[in-house]
Design a protein around this ligand. Structure first.
Ligand code: ADP
Ligand code: MG
Length: 231
């Protein structure tokens, strides 16, 4: 049996407020090196689940274990550090620092994650290398993130998730702002990294055509129950 990297048990979470969206996940596991595509309609709760896995929101019930640590038991600060070490995150809204340079944005996760930092002897050189691999123009590393196009910003967000080879990559619709060529370049790089470093990948999309490349394709309904307040 392959080692389990992500292990969710009896998870329950409810967004408060008028929409009152509630999500439960009885059990969900991802193995070391496994690539999983999670499909679902818009508004079905995919981003909510990824936020629970990253520990940016805490469940009302249940455990979320990553590499054997139940992140729901950690303090907010310890969770931030843990996320930095263990997870490369590509958010739907990229979350770049607009006034930071591209290189600073890419190297950011290393700042709070000493183990991940130790795998990158020269962060600026590594940032430039990742930019080239993702088809960004030469010299882009010194530009301010805000000066880039949306598609370019998305590639910077990708480079930031890949740097320092975190054991798990969580990606929320990472290809949505990319044209077909950049989409292919991005997926090639992502899958090269997961293969070389036995990185687990959990990627969310509403595009089932991406499914061929993944070890496992699931729909959110397969693993989760969702309840909404009656309108
Ligand atoms: P998806 O990523 O599949 O499009 P989300 O997880 O973003 O779905 O959203 C699922 C539902 O959760 C939304 O329809 C909304 O009701 C609720 N929701 C999401 N984010 C928030 C939030 N920040 N505050 C309150 N409710 C939210
Ligand atoms: Mg979403």
């Amino acid at each position: 049996m392959a080692e389990t990297v992500l292990d969710i048990q009896n998870l329950a979470y409810r967004w408060r407020g008028p929409a009152s969206f509630a999500l439960t996940v009885p059990t969900f596991k991802v193995s070391k090196g496994e690539t999983v595509l999670l499909l679902g309609e818009s508004g079905s709760g995919k981003s909510t689940l990824l936020s629970l896995i990253c520990g940016t929101i805490l469940p009302d019930q249940g455990c979320v274990s990553i590499a054997g640590t139940d992140i729901t038991t950690l303090s907010a600060r310890a969770r931030d550090k843990f996320r930095g070490e263990q997870i490369g995150v590509i958010f739907q809204q990229f979350n770049l620092l607009p006034f930071g340079s591209v290189a600073d944005n890419i190297a950011l996760p290393l700042r709070f994650a000493p183990a991940r930092r130790s795998r990158v002897p020269d962060p600026m050189a590594q940032a430039a290398e990742l930019c080239t691999a993702l088809g960004l123009p030469e010299g882009v590393t010194k530009a301010k993130a805000a000066a880039l196009s949306v598609g370019q910003q998305q590639r910077v967000a990708v480079a930031r998730a890949l740097i320092g080879q975190p054991p798990m990559i969580i990606a929320d619709e990472p290809t949505s702002a990319l044209d077909a060529n950049s989409q292919t370049a991005f997926l090639e790089l992502l899958f090269a990294q997961t293969q070389t470093y036995q990185t687990s990948l959990l990627m969310v999309s509403h595009d089932p055509r991406l499914g061929d490349r993944f070890d496992r394709v699931i729909r959110l309904d397969d693993i989760a129950d969702v309840q909404r307040a009656a309108a």
